[in-house]
Design a protein around this ligand. Structure first.
Ligand code: AMP
Ligand code: MG
Length: 330
């Protein structure tokens, strides 16, 4: 439960171990195969060997430790089991062997399918690779895992294997792990879970000094509306485009002041997925930030896979939240 969870609770220990392994698997897929083959899902979005491998490992580790917990994750093994995709399945199994050496392809598929579609009072939300398009481009991506109880996120992890540790040293060490516990703050660690540092959002009070972060993909957010908002608030710094929930991470550590996600005109009624925001939102909030939709409503993780009661996303350092909400009413 919320107040009894601490850094040595089994949820935290299992979550960190799982996300570190999944992150290492993704990096290996990238370094061995430059991303490798991908499969097109029914919505035309890509899913890679790394998405499947990451989901298999994390689901297995959570199921082994918490057999009664529900996991809601983005992928399933339906496409992977098709004979046309046997080479991809072979590769997924090969990369999983680095962590579970005796696993068969059948077992790997069954781990992926530990994921369920219906939420319960307590569940884990997992995006095995958030920002798959970023992963394929060699840009930012994240492995995002959160624990939700009674509709509230109580624990969140984000592994960002390509993100620099320190903004002042962008060519220095890469690979960050973010973690937040409800009521206990947010921290950043190195990719092996060491060198923990507490995080806090930027203290910027004047909207004109804000730095905006937004999606790279124009289909995921309305860049033009974001630009109009920036003009309205006299923000002169160019927006920082970045794939995945790494945007929540850079906001939590004060490098960005606002994360804007007004729905794209290509899909104005788009409803966000819980796994795209659960982990990131607690990391931003526990660092002192504020997270709502673009109408100022709290994010609702209790409706199912889709956040049907929300429209877009607004994340801020807290101080600027109301000013931005007001400016969005244009
Ligand atoms: P980002 O890297 O921040 O652009 O977000 C990546 C996530 O965008 C993916 O995990 C998708 O689930 C999600 N996504 C897909 N289509 C849309 C859309 N039309 N609007 C907003 N998000 C989307
Ligand atoms: Mg995603």
């Amino acid at each position: 439960m919320v107040n009894t969870m601490d850094k040595i609770s089994p949820e935290v220990v299992t979550g960190i171990q799982a996300i570190i392994k999944a992150s290492a698997l993704c990096q290996r897929v990238w370094s061995d195969l430059a991303g490798g083959e991908s499969i097109r899902k029914s919505d035309r979005s890509p899913v890679t060997i790394a998405d499947y491998g990451s989901q298999a490992i994390i689901c297995k580790m959570i199921r082994d430790r918490f057999p009664n917990d529900t996991i809601i994750a983005e992928e399933d093994s339906k496409e992977l089991r098709k004979p046309d995709h046997s080479k991809v399945l072979e590769q997924v199994t090969h990369f999983a062997h680095a962590f579970f050496p005796t696993s068969s392809s059948k077992e790997v598929c069954s781990w992926i399918d530990f994921s369920s579609n219906s939420i319960t009072d307590r569940f884990w939300a997992l995006d095995p690779i958030d920002g798959t398009k970023g992963f394929l481009r060699g840009d930012q991506y994240a492995i995002a895992l959160a624990l939700i109880e009674n509709g509230g996120v109580i624990l969140g992890f984000l592994a960002c294997p390509n993100l620099y540790m320190d903004i002042h040293n962008p060519f220095g060490e890469r690979g960050c792990l973010f973690m937040a516990l409800k009521g206990k703050g947010s921290v950043q660690m190195g990719k092996n879970g060491l060198s923990e540092q507490p995080l806090s959002v930027s203290k910027v009070k004047n909207p004109s000094e804000a730095t905006i972060t937004e999606s790279v993909e124009p289909d995921h957010a309305d860049h033009l509306t974001h630009q109009h908002l920036a003009q309205k608030l006299n923000i002169s710094k160019p927006s920082f485009r970045m794939d995945s929930q790494a945007k929540y991470g850079i906001l939590a550590r004060g490098e960005a002041t606002l994360y804007l996600r007004v729905p794209s005109p290509s899909e104005p009624g788009y409803k966000e997925n819980i796994w795209d925001h659960a982990a990131g939102s607690i990391i931003a909030e526990e660092a002192g930030g504020k997270v709502t939709d673009v109408l100022g409503r709290p994010l609702d993780f209790s409706c199912g896979i889709k956040m049907v009661k929300n429209h877009g996303i607004l994340v801020s350092n807290g101080i600027l939240h109301d000013v931005v909400l007001k400016a969005l009413e244009m």
